[in-house]
Design a protein around this ligand. Structure first.
Ligand code: ADP
Length: 457
């Protein structure tokens, strides 16, 4: 059977409640039954003890000495809580009995110990009974038996039992509907989550689940779904950006490559010409793979594994590794690298993002410096913050371009340094990485005089 979630909650609640109610009802019934019997037994004890003192034994006869009083008292009445009294000898001969017994007689039970209470019956009437031996000189001469009708008590217990039995399913049904209604109300926000998430497609990814007013588990669930949607939206956005940037930026080098190759196959060329065109084609291919590589870095930046992002490193160590990677370029241009830092600096930085930042800035300093130039890298601590400055004496950047340096594909004054390869993505990567670790990048530059890139970690 397929049950709604709310009914399942209600059912579980009801099963637990049913057990508790059943235990409570049975306990109530047993306590009332015990109390009723205890009262009856108490009354019977009182009666039998009272009458035991009024017994006279003469020869083989046993009788009540104030019979008149006995007859006058409640034993006359059969209906209202009657007490039946009977005197019987050891052979079973009845010597005396209360008038309310009429033709009936109380049976002696040899199985019951003297003074104990038990149920018996006469003429379809259930009675509570107790018997005591009548002794003279240590010899049992007979028994006095007292009995009381159980009718009233049994009616009371029956009524109680029926009431509890009727109440049991009624209470459970009532509770089931109430708890099902309450469960329905409390899972209402889930309905809203389902409706909203069903509505969300690629086209309206910015839509979010409405947060419930109460800050409970459902609030957390809605917030978690919203966060998940934000991440998915960002990923799709990145994918869109990547495909549009890639197709846009690769179109020009691809058509240039195609043009070069078409010209080359049109007629036979000299070996030098072939070499020159092939070299050019190779450089275009390098450039394209560089663009793809950097676009991928940008697109994957957010999805790099958390473990990778958490790794830390000492900045001097990271700078050494980066400079090591550019040894060939530095040698080729005969650059002088001056790395200055206080050895006691032991602040660590996030390796993944710091590497992307420093690698691109140092690469630019090398790329945009002339032969035999010097590059100064200074590392110091200012107000508890680690600052790394990379100063070159290269071509510098025009004032009006300095603001746009961090935009995707922006190259300052590109036509004037056509021979320096680049695609305008390096500083975009720097900016995005710095944002990811709350670092700040500042640029000071003068055209033809050099630039200083300062990173505040
Ligand atoms: P690119 O691949 O073109 O170097 P970047 O995003 O790294 O792309 O840099 C963007 C532009 O900023 C460069 O094209 C260049 O004009 C300018 N630039 C960056 N760093 C320097 C530098 N150290 N010296 C001179 N110009 C620089």
């Amino acid at each position: 059977m397929k049950l709604h979630f709310r009914n399942r909650i209600a059912l579980h609640y009801i099963v637990a409640t049913a057990i508790v109610i059943a235990v409570v009802f049975v306990t109530i019934f047993l306590i009332v039954k015990e109390t009723v019997y205890a009262n009856l037994d108490h009354d019977l004890n009182f009666e039998i003890n009272k009458h035991s003192e009024e017994i006279v034994v003469r020869n083989d006869s046993i009788y009540f000495y104030n019979k008149k009083e006995l007859e006058e008292r409640e034993h006359q009445e059969v209906q209202v809580n009657p007490v039946f009294i009977q005197l019987i000898d050891t052979t079973g001969t009845i010597f005396d009995k209360s008038p309310n017994l009429k033709d009936e007689e109380l049976k002696i039970s040899s199985l019951q110990p003297d003074g104990s209470h038990f149920n018996s019956r006469f003429s379809d009437k259930l009675i509570r009974q107790v018997q005591l031996p009548v002794k003279r000189n240590g010899v049992i001469k007979g028994y006095v038996i007292a009995g009381m009708s159980l009718d009233a008590s049994l009616i009371l217990l029956d009524k109680l039992k029926n009431t509890l039995l009727i109440l049991f399913p009624i209470i459970l049904f009532g509770l089931f509907f109430i708890s099902s209604y309450l469960a329905h109300r409390s899972i209402k926000p889930i309905r809203s989550i389902i409706t909203t998430t069903n509505r969300i497609t690629q086209e309206n990814l910015s839509e979010r689940v409405e947060l419930p007013a109460q800050k409970d588990e459902l609030y957390e669930l809605s917030a978690a779904i919203n966060e998940l949607l934000s991440r998915i939206e960002k990923t799709i956005e990145r994918e869109r950006e990547f495909t549009s940037d890639a197709s846009h930026e690769l179109r020009t080098p691809l058509s240039s490559l195609r043009g070069t190759l078409e010209v080359l196959v049109r007629k036979e060329r000299s070996r030098e010409e072939y070499e020159e065109k092939i070299q050019y084609s190779l450089s275009v291919i390098d450039m394209m793979s560089n663009i793809i590589q950097q676009l991928l870095t940008l697109a994957r930046m957010d999805s790099a594994s958390d473990l990778n992002k958490q790794k830390k490193i000492l900045l001097p160590e990271l700078l050494d590794q980066i400079l090591e990677r550019y040894t060939a370029e530095i040698k080729k241009k005969n650059l002088k690298i001056d790395l200055q830092f206080q050895p006691e600096i032991d602040t660590q930085v996030p390796e993944y993002y710091s590497n992307l930042i420093m690698d691109n800035i140092i690469n630019n300093a090398i790329k945009y410096s002339g032969r035999d130039a010097s590059i100064k890298i200074v590392l110091k601590e200012i107000d508890g913050h680690l600052v790394c400055m990379v100063k070159d004496h290269g071509i510098g950047i025009r004032k009006e371009d300095q603001e746009k340096l961090f935009n995707n594909f922006f190259r300052s004054d590109a036509l004037n340094h056509k021979d320096i390869p680049g695609n305008g993505l390096g500083l975009s990567i720097v900016k995005k990485s710095a944002d990811a670790i709350n670092a700040k990048v500042e640029v000071e530059s003068e055209l033809n005089n050099g630039s200083i890139f300062s990173v505040y970690f």
